[in-house]
Design a protein around this ligand. Sequence first.
Ligand SMILES: CC(=O)SCCNC(=O)CCNC(=O)[C@H](O)C(C)(C)COP(=O)(O)OP(=O)(O)OC[C@H]1O[C@@H](n2cnc3c(N)ncnc32)[C@H](O)[C@@H]1OP(=O)(O)O
Length: 438
Amino acid sequence: MSDAPDHLALPVDAISAGRLAERGLHYRLLDTADEAAYAAWIRADERGFHGPASTDEQNAFSRVAMGSRRTTGVWDPQSVLIAEPVATVNSWPVELSVPGERTVGTWAISSVTVSPTHRRRGIARALLEGELRTAQRLGLPLAALTVSEATIYGRYGFGPATTAADWRIDTRAAGWVGDEPEGRVDFIPVEDYARVAYELHETARIQSPGEVDGWPQRWRQFAGLRPGDSDAAGVRAVQFREDGEVRAAAAFRIVEDPQRDEHSTVRVLHLDSTTPSARLGVLRFLLSLDLVARLDANLLSADEPLRWRLADQRAAEVTVRDHEWLRILDVPRALEARRFSGAGRWRLDVADELGFASGRWLVESDAEGGVRVGDAGHDEDAPLLRTDVATLGSLYLGGVGVRTLADAGRTAGSDAEAVAIADRVLHSAVPPFLSFWY
Ligand SMILES: CC(=O)SCCNC(=O)CCNC(=O)[C@H](O)C(C)(C)COP(=O)(O)OP(=O)(O)OC[C@H]1O[C@@H](n2cnc3c(N)ncnc32)[C@H](O)[C@@H]1OP(=O)(O)O
């Protein structure tokens, strides 16, 4: 049995509780088994994102996943809607895939909202710092989140570590280079899709640094199976089989152009694959639909091999954005959890305003990519790389070069040799990618 404390039972962070109590606010954990309390919490969460309030049926749906998460709120006893918290946050342990087909235990944080009636009084800061201390108490070396706005989380030491790309393709101009992908496409019931695609994700995620374990309700949502989904009737699903085995699946919807029947858009709701060839097979199928002039797909990789099968690459407009943000809490454990791209010996100096990751280490890796991080002690010989903790979060999965961030002025005071070594060994041959929001 694990000695790690139970993330559902661990009391709320005492420092944040004290800080909020000074302002007359109550910071506490919610028991998601209490239906009424959960409904009030989720109403506050939805209002925070300006979404419609969910129905009892929708609450029952979301509670399946939330039951295994730490659900926290801040209550103001002066509120008129007394059961609804004025701030929400939700967190749970995930397995983050890292270079070398390994995973590292990571604290995922979501549903961060502060009511517009209570904004800019430091409540989010109390919640976020509380979450980081909670992750540390749970013994997790990293925290991670996907963000509504890119300007919020750098101050807490998070750095953008994966990108996601929105692809817009003119399907008639795109063309195709080379043979058709070998395999077989079939429509499948959306219920089956939700199960099959979730399983594909769980099989494939280890290959892609940045992915985390999913949960079945998320894939049911992609399939239009969340109760009350107004677009559900239009959701269709296909699977792609190679050698008789399902290796890719997608859910999609056709959005018609009211002016011209033959100018519809195929909107990809989600795509999962365990092989690049099966992924191309599904995308080729979607690009060749009759009556369709455009393919829209959000959250694909910026490095989709698809680009190299389009006869006209200009038919694709690709918008790349930051997606997953990482916060390193324990430098030695985080670095040792991944594989490096080769041998190296250098020192790493990390500045962290919140103190979790500050320090100086000697980082050594061997030709096989094994990593050892120890105290730098009095070792003054090894070249030194200096970074703040948010920059280290961006570098962690190897998606951006150390040299690029050095050129951007994010590693001021570093030795050129250290930049060169770290650039080489931290690089990931597989571009980091996360295929969904959490
Ligand atoms: C992982 C996720 O859940 S991402 C979702 C984030 N939530 C949302 O986008 C929902 C809508 N927004 C909100 O609920 C709130 O405005 C929040 C949660 C973003 C901020 O809550 P607040 O309690 O107002 O923040 P708080 O007062 O603690 O501010 C902390 C710092 O963040 C800054 N800040 C707050 N909101 C924003 C913002 N939207 N953009 C940039 N900076 C922000 C503050 O200026 C302050 O900066 P400082 O520490 O340098 O002085």
